[in-house]
Write a protein that binds this ligand. Sequence first.
Ligand code: G6P
Length: 464
Amino acid sequence: MAGKKKNRGLVVVANRMPVRRVKKGRAGDWETSPGGLVTALAPMLRERGGGWVGWDGSTGRRASVPFVHDTIRIRPVSLTGKEFETFYAGFSNKTLWPLYHDSIREPQFHRRWWWPYHDVNMRFAEAAAEVAGEGDLVWVHDYQLQLVPGMLRSLRPDARIGFFLHIPFPPEELFAKIPWRTQILEAMLGADVVGFQTRLAARNFSRAARRFTEARGPDGLLRFRGRRVVVDAFPISIDVDMYEQMARDPEVAVEAERFRASMNGRRIMLCVDRLDYTKGIDIRLRAFDELLSRGRYTAEDCVLIQIAVPTRESVEDYAELRDNVERLVGRINGTHSVKQHIPVHYVYGGLPTAELVSRYCASDVMLVTPFRDGMNLVAKEYCTTRIRGDGVLVLSEFAGAALELKQALLVNPFDVDGLAGAMEEALEMPRAEQKRRMTSLRRAVRARSVHDWADGFISRLREG
Ligand code: G6P
């Protein structure tokens, strides 16, 4: 039995694949996607000859063919254009995403979205059942695929099934609104281990499970239909060594200096977010406007760089947010520019990792102020790359990361005056205090890398 456990393979099931099509070069070639999940799991998968089931990002295409990339067996799942609308844009991103983020946008409940969500989840479960070997570990990820654990358990009772939710799990009274709440919870309880970013999210889940299903038992260990289900927090992290090494790379340092020089000695405040309405970008900009209106700082003293990474552009709320943010940037720049200095530099698009790290290294202050965020890895990346031990992190109380990064300047992201005050405090913080705080922040991030996160989850899954 022990030998069998040792040889268990691993199959990851996530909405996104770990690879993307190369833009240049031969058509049909793939490259590894940047991002924490892939970095954390790829070594494990290589070691175990593992598999990955994911959507290839296309719509309306012919069924995609399985292939091997860097020893990982990839099993693409394709979506039709209709399923993109109903499963992805609809149920995943207009029902679950806003509801799980404190309903900061009104979630929409449509029966015509539920069934495609159900059916696409079934397709992922069937693909996972095909890929997984006898007794393998199958690790299912995130809100798009919450029904997969239960479906897979029916198809493959021999598998050890784990589920990890990357986003918050809402309080019971919000979750209660979902017309399909019981089906979702029962399916999640099909897993042997259900993981969340925070203890609060884990507790919310256990409470909802006891209320809406026949699950019983204490928060951390539920009993459901004769099985035990471990429920716990596994806070995700970043590849600490990789970010630190990058920050030490002389080319990155040169680029950071070049960038600083291009800002003409002004203090730099940096913001890096997917252009998502949960990220608090609009209120943060209004707070910067307020800071400049107070008169103590002008565009000659400081600049705010907003890197806004495009996301889910087909969903109306996202298009609307982009319009609002760009209008605000225009208004602030129109009102507060001084001579040749404009106060907000707005970049619509992502940056390659090395360039992003050079921006972290060049910035005096990092503003991470989501209204609600499962974790927020940008905050951890900033601290890790501050190898000189200075810099100030302003962090929302409502990001999961705030539970670990206690020496950040913690703020309420809804409070415009409070945010403006925190920006001022950050700009004025003496170097000694910056160093004291940053040393502790860096230690906190270092304590747990994304590899520890993945190892921690997998060892809990193997137990039992
Ligand atoms: C969040 C979610 C992920 C998702 C990512 C990008 O981080 O937790 O599951 O993949 O956003 O969103 P997208 O809709 O482009 O996959």
